[in-house]
Ligand binder design. Structure first.
Ligand code: GLA
Length: 395
């Protein structure tokens, strides 16, 4: 059935989303292309959290909530055409608000801001002023602080355009929020394309110079969430170097070649093949939890470049990641410990999901040799990442 059967297409200006009225969610699980909105739950202060179910032309469905911009599910076919949910998360808002969840703080599926990953000591200086941010990860600042963009309620506008279906999330972070200077207007567009991609476009503007480094923190398990370890997934990362870390996971400033190390993923390699090696960086990360320096023909170019490819042999599912960002955090789910149970009730054990977070390098505000993360008034922060889903018999 064409998508327009549930949403009559409005006149579409080339390249721009057309805003559509949103169908209310039906009870059935049919794969009619379009967007359906329903209520997901209520925050303790009474505000309603909505869930948007996006369905593309091939029947891939993704559910997004306006709390944290969290992707709560993503169902994609395996090589036999069986759809399974391949992201970790919960079916109810309580899952994301529980004490156990907040204690573990895995950031399942969430938008991360204002700064993805760590800032040393939660401190940085800009134009002669020193700013102190929350230290919510030992002595460091992580993923935006005590209440990052993963825990705020975003405005959501669903849309349909010639590429697929999606939702535009917007949030204005007040001047001084979590210690950051400037009022930051942020907009994130999720598009589930008819080419089976999750396309994420980030934009932000500020009233004062401020660091910005937005990312998405979905955990994938291409054999299905809750199906166990991800160590058998084959991973390729398009990087000749990574940024080693100290024992609090802050980059030392070195750009180290991956050649001859367990960080060389130029050839597709099972994630688990070298993860237990006696390697100082793996020990510090408790596995992989490192920023990779993506290979580009022109290092300063902001073109989309292939960042990573992940293939799971049993299901045949393949995930490809492209980005305009210079870095990719590969996190092998080392902090998952079975204390949280997901959508099918199965515990999320150690390394049962992995994240590929496109980003600028961690701690850039304190590292002069890293690409700058400072956004100035009058400029527009723009970042673009594509996660593409397909299947393949072998690599
Ligand atoms: C990022 C960090 C990790 C961890 C996870 C969430 O990947 O680098 O150390 O905080 O997020 O648990």
């Amino acid at each position: 059935m064409p998508r327009s059967s549930i949403f009559p297409l409005l006149a579409v200006t080339a390249g721009f989303a057309s805003m559509l009225s949103v169908a209310q969610a039906s009870d059935d699980n049919s794969a009619v292309p379009g967007v359906e909105k329903s209520t997901f739950g209520q925050l303790p202060d009474g505000r309603t959290v909505d869930v948007y179910r996006l369905t593309n032309a091939s029947g891939i469905t993704m559910r997004v909530i306006n709390y944290g911009g969290i992707i709560v599910s993503l169902k994609a076919p395996d090589a036999q055409g069986n759809f399974e949910d391949i992201v970790l998360g919960f079916d109810s808002l309580e899952g994301y608000l529980s004490d156990a969840y907040r204690k573990a703080n895995p950031y399942f599926g969430a938008l991360i801001g204002r700064y993805g990953n760590r800032i040393a000591g939660g401190e940085f200086s800009l134009n002669g002023t020193t700013y102190q941010l929350a230290t919510n990860d030992g002595s460091n600042h992580l993923h935006g602080g005590d209440q990052g963009f993963d825990e705020v309620l975003w405005n959501a506008k669903p849309f349909e355009n010639q590429n697929g279906v999606g939702v535009i999330l917007s949030y204005t972070s007040p001047d001084g929020e979590e210690g950051y200077p400037g009022k930051l207007k942020t907009e994130v567009t999720y598009t589930l394309t008819d080419s089976d991609e999750l396309d994420i476009a980030y934009r932000a503007t500020t009233t004062k110079p401020t660091p910005v480094n937005l990312t998405q923190h979905s955990y994938f398990n291409l054999d299905g969430e809750g199906s166990g370890s991800i160590l058998d997934h084959y991973l390729m990362i398009n990087a000749e170097a990574f940024t080693p870390v100290d024992d609090t996971l802050i980059p030392t400033g070195e750009i180290r070649p991956v050649d001859g190390t367990p960080f060389d993923f130029n050839e597709p390699t099972p994630i688990g093949e070298r993860i237990e090696q006696d390697n100082q960086q793996l020990l510090r990360g408790k596995g992989y939890d490192h920023n990779f320096v993506l290979k580009r023909e022109a290092p300063q170019s902001e073109e989309l470049v292939l960042a990573a490819r992940v293939w799971e042999p049993d299901s045949g599912r393949l995930l490809e990641v492209e980005t305009t960002e210079p870095g990719l955090q590969f996190y092998s789910g080392n902090f998952l410990d079975g204390s949280l149970s997901g959508k099918q009730g199965s515990a999320y054990e150690h390394r049962s999901g992995f994240a590929l977070e496109t980003q600028h390098f961690p701690d850039s505000p304190n590292q002069e040799t890293f690409p700058s993360t400072i956004l100035n008034p009058g400029e527009t922060y723009q970042s673009h990442t594509v996660y593409r889903f397909s299947t393949r018999d072998g690599l």
